[in-house]
Ligand binder design. Sequence first.
Ligand code: HEM
Length: 486
Amino acid sequence: MKQPNMEHFYLTLLLLFVSFVTLSLFFLFYKHRSMFTASNLPPGKVGYPLIGESLEFLSSGWKGHPEKFIFDRMHKFSSHIFKTCILGEPAAVFCGPQCNKFLFSNENKLVTAWWPESVNKVFPSSLQTSSKEESKKMRKLLPQFLKPEALQRYIGIMDGLAQRHFASGWENKKEVTVFPLAKRYTFWLACRIFMSVEDPNHVAKFADPFQQLASGIISMPIDLPGTPFNKAIKASKFIRKELLEIIKQRKVDLAEGKASTTQDILSHMLTTSDENGVFMKELDIADKILGLLIGGHDTASAACTFIVKFLAELPHIYDKVYEEQIQIANSKAPGELLNWDDIQEMKYSWNVACEAMRLAPPLQGAFREALNEFIFNGFTIPKGWKLYWSANSTHKNAEYFPEPEKFDPTRFEGNGPAPFTFVPFGGGPRMCPGKEYARLEILVFMHNLVKRFKWQKLLPDEKIIVDPMPMPAKGLPVRLIPHNQP
Ligand code: HEM
């Protein structure tokens, strides 16, 4: 007698389940479609609910050609703007210098910065404000610490640290893997210049959690044990705790006169009040330093790595960089460190660095959000849509950079590229505040590298992946040839 009842029960359960799935799918498709019903939207594809075109967007990077996603659609829709759906959000991709100019010059008028939700979760602010508010505050504060005049006095420190880095990581080695070493260099530098932490053991304590943070920050926001997102949240908590200890100690040292108010960015933050005379809270400072360490080290290390790669592939360009750097090195007394005047002499080297960042921009682009509905190029952009500017849309475009795949530092001579075509640091009020700091650390790296070695790639056809930063798949192993070796 029991059997039919059970069958009935399971059948009902199955029907309920099927109805639930059908309704959910219907709701998802309906919601997805309804995001794209406004008239006169830009042309484009919007993919499936939730995932949209995220997979195509990300996988073109994994395959080493992030520009393919952009150019395929620009050609297909013969437009400088196309609609898509990325990270579950309706979005418009803005391509080309006019579009860059439009987004960069309408900051806080028509558009504002936007980060994926995962970023807010990994960086829960101590003040319970959104990351938008945080970055506004950060933006007011940073130029004081990162303007060229303020950075000049750090050049000697950077050079001294670079020498220690090359002595411990490169010298007396036949072969090295460049990418992890470049990361070690930029991270060590950031720890020293932002908060005077320079003991390699102390720096190493941060390095692993930082890696976890960097790789989980823009990942699927699934907070389950073992996921990159979950590891990033844990790492963020750990680092903030460590930073708080450093901050507390610094307060004591400042009070006892053992630390100076100008020795690094941390001291500056502790002793600078806002326009209302309010000082930043400890947890807030920890968040700011964390943001700087994140923004600052992976980007610059990607740039350094690609410079090494291109110089290995192009010996005639290496020779010119060497000539410039060895002249500077020869002009120094023994033990004398690099200074601001030396950096100004490194013009060719900086053109090489710029060309490397044109071909392999450390950040592929960034998002904005439409504050209100507006019309651009005849297309309607609804309020709340995400807008993406892409460095590759101009960097790899033959219209602005003839023979775009050719490495040619002379593009940056004279007036250089046309406005809004070369944008590795973005533009307008949101342009990367660390640009000048990055220029210094990259040039100091190049100086110390080429004056010591030539090098050869060990994997001639090493693949490049972009996830989300560009990097050689195996980290760029090279054979070092010291100059004093016959
Ligand atoms: C080669 C190295 C670097 C590159 C290519 C780079 C590129 C960028 C780009 C493209 C943006 C986004 C701009 C936008 O939203 O439109 C950005 C933002 C930012 N960068 Fe950099 N960056 C580099 C190094 C640094 C360094 C060394 C620091 C810190 C000292 C830094 C700190 C920041 C911060 C704090 C932001 C966020 C600014 C905001 O939201 O207003 N960056 N960077």
